[in-house]
Design a protein around this ligand. Structure first.
Ligand SMILES: *[C@@H]1O[C@H](CO)[C@@H](O)[C@H](O)[C@H]1NC(C)=O
Ligand SMILES: *[C@@H]1O[C@H](CO)[C@@H](O)[C@H](O)[C@H]1NC(C)=O
Length: 294
C-alpha cells in the first residue's frame, strides 16, 4: 500500500499545503493494483534518475533513443540525469544494468505544461545501448493505425517513486488496464483533455493504474507503445479521475522526424529554455476541478 501519513512529509513530490485531508495510502507511490513483472520481461523499460533516485519511466525505441514524458524534465537539467536500462530491482547491483548519460533532450515543440498537451520528449543517449536479453526495443504504433478501441487491454509498468526509501516496490511493477473512450474520460475530467491523449481504467471495481513516478513509462497494447504515463487525479487509481496518457500514435511522425532527422541542437540551449519554464515541479497531480498540485 501507499506510504503512511508520517512518511508523506518525506516524499519529495508531496509538498501539498493546500490539501485539507487525504485518506491514508492515497499517495501510493507505485503502480496501483498491479504485480511484480517477471524480471526483464519488459526489456525496453527505462528508469530516468536524478540525484541517484528514480524519477520517471520511459522506453527504449532505438539503441540511442528513449521516449519519455516532457513533464519529467520540467526544471531538471538533463545533463545531470542518468538513464538506466536492463534493470529489475533498481537499487540492486544488477549485472544486466546499463547506465547512460543524456546527450540531448528534445521536447515536443507544442508541449503545454498547464494542460499537459503534447507531453512527450525524446532523449538521446550518450552512447549506444547494447541490446540483449535484458535490454531491448519497444515498437511504436504503426503509422496511420486506427486508434485503440475502448475496452482494449493494455499494461502499464513502472518503478513508482523511490523517494521514500522504506516503501520500495520489490521490482518493476505492472498493471493490466483497459482503454477508456476519450469522450467519457473527457467528461470525467470536466472537458480538460486535449487531442493526443489516451485514457485507461481498471475495467472492474478495483483500483488499478499508475501513480506519480511512473510518469513517462509506456502503456503497452499488443506489444506496442500506445501511451506514455502523463497525469492522473489526486487519488491514484481513482475511477473518477481516470489515468491519462500521451497518445503515442498521434506523435509517430514527429518521433521519426527527430530520430531520423538532423542532429538535435546541443543541450545548453535546451537546458536554458527549460530553466526559463514557469513550471516549478515535475509531477503534476490534477484535482478534478483542474487545480494542480505538486
Ligand atoms: C555517458 O554518460 C555517463 C554518465 O554521465 C558517463 O559515465 C559516461 O562516461 C558517458 N559516456 C560517454 C561515451 O560519453
Ligand atoms: C473535451 O471537452 C471540451 C469541452 O467540451 C472540449 O472543448 C475538448 O475539445 C474535449 N477534448 C477532446 C479531446 O475531445
Amino acid at each position: 500500500m501507499g506510504p503512511g501519513a508520517g512518511e508523506l512529509g518525506r516524499l519529495l513530490l508531496t509538498v501539498v499545503l493546500t490539501l485539507p485531508t487525504r485518506p491514508a495510502g492515497s499517495w501510493g507511490a507505485r503502480i496501483i493494483g498491479g504485480h511484480e513483472v517477471t524480471p526483464h520481461s519488459r526489456p525496453y523499460m527505462v528508469s530516468v534518475k536524478f540525484e541517484g533516485q528514480h524519477h520517471c519511466g520511459g522506453f527504449l525505441l532505438r539503441a540511442h533513443w528513449v521516449v519519455s514524458a516532457a513533464h519529467c524534465f520540467s526544471h531538471r537539467d538533463p545533463r545531470t540525469g542518468l538513464v538506466v536500462l536492463g534493470a529489475h530491482i533498481l537499487h540492486a547491483p544488477e549485472l544486466t544494468q546499463q547506465v547512460f548519460g543524456i546527450s540531448a533532450l528534445i521536447r515536443h515543440p507544442d508541449y503545454q505544461p498547464a494542460t499537459h498537451a503534447n507531453d512527450i520528449c525524446l532523449l538521446k543517449l550518450n552512447r549506444s545501448a547494447v541490446l540483449g536479453p535484458a535490454v531491448g526495443l519497444l515498437k511504436l504504433p504503426q503509422r496511420g493505425a486506427r486508434p485503440l478501441k475502448a475496452g482494449a487491454r493494455c499494461q502499464v509498468a513502472g518503478w513508482g517513486s523511490i523517494s521514500d526509501f522504506e516503501d520500495l516496490p520489490p521490482g518493476l511493477m505492472e498493471a493490466e488496464v483497459r482503454v477508456l473512450g476519450l469522450d467519457i474520460c473527457n467528461s470525467s475530467w470536466r472537458g480538460q483533455l486535449s487531442p493526443g491523449m489516451l485514457c485507461t481504467q481498471s475495467g472492474d471495481r478495483r483500483r488499478r493504474g499508475f501513480c506519480s513516478a511512473d510518469s513517462g513509462g509506456p502503456l503497452v497494447c499488443r506489444n506496442r507503445a500506445h501511451g506514455l504515463v502523463s497525469f492522473s487525479g489526486l487519488w491514484c487509481g481513482d475511477p473518477k479521475t481516470p489515468d491519462v496518457y500521451t497518445q503515442v500514435s498521434a506523435f509517430v511522425s514527429w518521433i521519426w522526424d527527430v530520430v531520423r532527422g538532423p542532429r538535435p541542437s546541443p543541450l545548453p540551449k535546451t537546458t536554458r529554455s527549460l530553466q526559463e519554464s514557469p513550471e516549478p515541479q515535475q509531477h503534476w497531480v490534477y484535482k478534478r476541478d483542474g487545480k494542480r498540485f505538486k
